[in-house]
Design a protein around this ligand. Structure first.
Ligand code: MIG
Length: 680
């Protein structure tokens, strides 16, 4: 049961797609009060109650014990003490041991604070603005609450099938030759690869929708050269548009009045990668149609995937603020600085980027209404991505195009996926990425993954290997790293054969992973689930923060600690442990419900199949180069059946949007003998 409550005069964010009438009774699931900031909700939590959700955030699956701020922030240093990351996903579930669990969604695109027992351990306090819509969701299970919420906000984005292949990225591939080397690096070692990313260096001076002709002569030919080898190129698009006379995107934007405005009605200027830039007012329908239409120039050259970056929007500095800071620092010159003044000065410079002052100094024209940016801050990345998606519907209505964003808000999940931003090559971030996945799925974001191997810092070989062993289960499986860090393409390391085996396991599992993704997208379910969602009566399952259910048949328990040669795994029921040294070298063992210590060598992938469940595993040729080597129907089956198990397999052409035809869905039943259980 969903109830809707309206406070003040909220803006239409587009998060919700169902029309439901506002409730005439006051909100009663939490205590409501009106503070100076706006609407405040609070309630008591019993010691064993858990809080799930909030999408892309720091910390664990159970969010208790910390406070989280929804205010999209470009902060590449995600330590445990941070409160905000790149996105704002204002949905959480209070899972109560007493049974009356509920979900709550705060549809407010400005700052929202979730104090989940940080200030007082037993209190959940949510502080929203004055103008917002709040939805409460009651249901008979955690899964049911999520499903109702997901029906409320609409079907999740579905990526083309090739985007479920392995993908390589690096900030630093600067020209066609660099990309050819990457492809050769993979193909030379017989490691499958479906996409290579083009980070900001492909552009002419970081100008959106341009391609530097010196670095990429005959770009369309190059795209074709890659396509023939089965490689999709995925260029980045940044939010800021360079101010430069003669640059058509800039000139059209000025003429069409498509940029965000400053207080004085002139186009707002902030500095990002292209230098002084304007920001398309993607909250305005006209500007959105215009900006989205620009993607066409790359699509016409054969591009079929994009990632939208810097769309919190990140602002390195604004001219106004820079001048103020410079003046202040100048006034300190020749003074004998005390420590206090020194730190103040240092803070001035640090505070230039993504400053609240800047976010309060520019405006959107939301279809006739002038809105100060900070009130709608969390909608920017969402609407930039919506702009692209709406344009794709015009340009290629029947084709799936890969699209994902750094910043997002609930609602954007219908238009694209996300990646989890600039993590680091830290073991703690491997765990973080495991924990973020179910929270994101709750909020509708299914096509997602983190930068495998870590973005900042130097990846070690063992970290990359363990991260890939988890990454083979994330829909977006992309190895990405920052400029200046150790090169982390797989072929840069010594144990290539082990890496190759792991990547091949991904391709082998694809028929399963893709089927499960599609079922979850089409049925509004979660692809990654905490154990507590599937085993609600099991108090041990509720404690598990580092294992996930993946689709309907399996559980994973990734190793995320350096030098660990195994780990404790909790089995909420009897399961079949399948140990893979490679796709072909698999051994199985039936294991009983309970706690186990499981050895998992650095080069092994282990999955746990639920009793009376099974999954397809593709049979691959030795020289499979990409997803086209995963041939429909060429499968073996792994399963755990007392008598028989069944599976609903989903297959399609991978690019069209026809998901429902009967022939896409096949129910397969196999007996214990057929599954080869005798050898386990
Ligand atoms: O300020 O385009 O999160 O993936 O490699 C950094 C360069 C800008 C941030 C993205 C990252 C990308 C990088 N970008």
């Amino acid at each position: 049961m969903i109830k809707k409550y309206i406070f003040g005069q909220p803006l239409e964010t587009g998060a919700v797609t169902q029309t439901i009438a506002a409730c005439s009774q006051p909100l009663d699931l939490m205590q409501l009060s009106h503070t100076e900031e706006g609407v405040r909700l609070s309630c008591q939590m019993e010691p064993l109650d858990a809080v799930y959700g909030l999408g892309e955030q720091v910390r664990g699956i159970n969010k208790r014990g910390f406070s989280y701020v929804s205010y999209a922030t470009d902060d590449p240093f995600h330590t445990e003490s941070r409160h905000a990351l790149y996105s704002a996903h204002n949905f959480l579930i209070l899972s109560r041991t007493s049974g009356d669990s509920f979900g709550i969604f705060i549809d407010d695109p400005g700052i929202v604070v979730f104090d989940v027992g940080e200030t007082q351990m037993e209190r959940l306090v949510i502080q929203a603005g004055k103008d917002c819509v709040i939805y409460t969701v009651e249901g008979n299970s955690l899964k049911d609450i999520v499903k109702q919420f997901r029906e409320l906000v609409g079907r999740s984005y579905i990526a083309p099938k090739w985007a479920f292949g392995y993908q390589q990225s690096r900030w630093g591939y600067a020209c066609a030759e660099d990309i050819r080397k990457v492809v050769q690096g993979y193909h030379g070692k017989n490691i499958p690869l479906d996409a290579v990313y083009m980070d900001i260096d492909y552009m002419e001076q970081f100008k959106d929708f341009t391609v530097d002709a010196e670095k990429f002569p005959d770009f369309a030919d190059f795209v074709e050269e890659m396509r023939v080898q089965g490689i999709h190129l995925v260029p980045i698009i940044d939010a800021g548009v360079k101010i430069e006379e003669g640059y058509s995107v800039y000139e059209e934007g000025v003429q069409g009045d498509y940029f965000c405005k400053g207080e004085d009605e002139t186009d707002f200027t902030g500095a990002v990668w292209p230098g002084r830039s304007h920001f398309p007012d993607v909250l305005n329908a006209g500007a959105r149609a215009w900006f989205g239409g620009k993607y066409r120039v790359l699509i016409e050259q054969g591009i079929d995937g994009f990632w939208n970056d810097m769309n919190e929007p990140a602002i390195f500095y604004s001219e106004k603020n820079l001048k103020k800071v410079m003046d202040e620092i100048h006034s300190l010159k020749d003074q004998n600085l005390g420590l206090h003044e020194f730190y103040h000065m240092k803070g001035l410079v640090d505070g230039l980027s993504n400053s609240e002052e800047d976010y309060k100094s520019f405006y959107h024209n939301m279809d006739g209404v002038k809105i100060r940016h900070d009130r709608v801050h969390n909608l920017y990345g969402y609407h930039m991505t919506k702009a692209a998606s709406e344009a794709f519907d015009q340009i290629a209505p029947d084709q799936r195009i890969l699209l994902f964003s750094r910043s997002s808000y609930i609602g954007m999940h219908r238009y694209g996926g996300i990646w989890t931003g600039d993590n680091a090559s830290w073991w703690s971030h491997l765990l973080l990425s495991i924990q973020q996945m179910p929270s994101l799925n709750m909020c509708g974001i299914l096509y997602t993954g983190s930068d495998i191997g870590g973005f900042g810092g130097d990846a070690t070989e063992d970290l990359l290997m363990r991260w890939l062993e988890f990454g083979i289960f994330t829909p977006l499986m992309r190895n990405h790293a920052a400029a200046g860090t150790r090169e982390q393409e797989i072929y840069q390391f010594g144990h290539t054969e082990d890496f190759r085996n792991i990547i091949r396991i991904r391709y082998g599992l694809l028929p399963y992973l893709y089927s499960e993704f599609m079922k979850c997208a089409l049925n509004n379910e979660m692809y990654f689930r905490p154990l507590a969602f599937d085993y609600p009566a099991d108090t041990h399952a509720a404690q598990v923060e580092d294992q996930l259910m993946v689709g309907g048949s399996i559980m994973i328990a990734p190793v995320y600690r350096q030098n660990a040669t195994g780990r404790y795994v909790y089995l909420p029921q009897d399961m079949l442990m399948v140990r893979m040294k490679s796709l072909e070298d698999r051994t199985c063992k039936v294991m009983e419900q309970g706690h186990h210590y499981v050895d998992i060598a650095l080069n092994e992938v282990v999955i746990f199949v639920k009793k009376n469940h099974m999954l397809p595993v593709a049979v691959l040729d030795e020289d499979v180069k990409n997803i086209s080597g995963v041939v429909a129907g060429r499968y073996e089956w792994i399963g755990f059946a007392e008598d028989a198990a069944e599976y609903v397999l989903y297959e399609d052409d991978g690019v069209s949007k026809k998901y429902t035809p009967q022939e896409n869905w096949k129910k397969i039943v196999m007996t214990r003998e057929e599954l080869g259980m005798a050898v386990c």
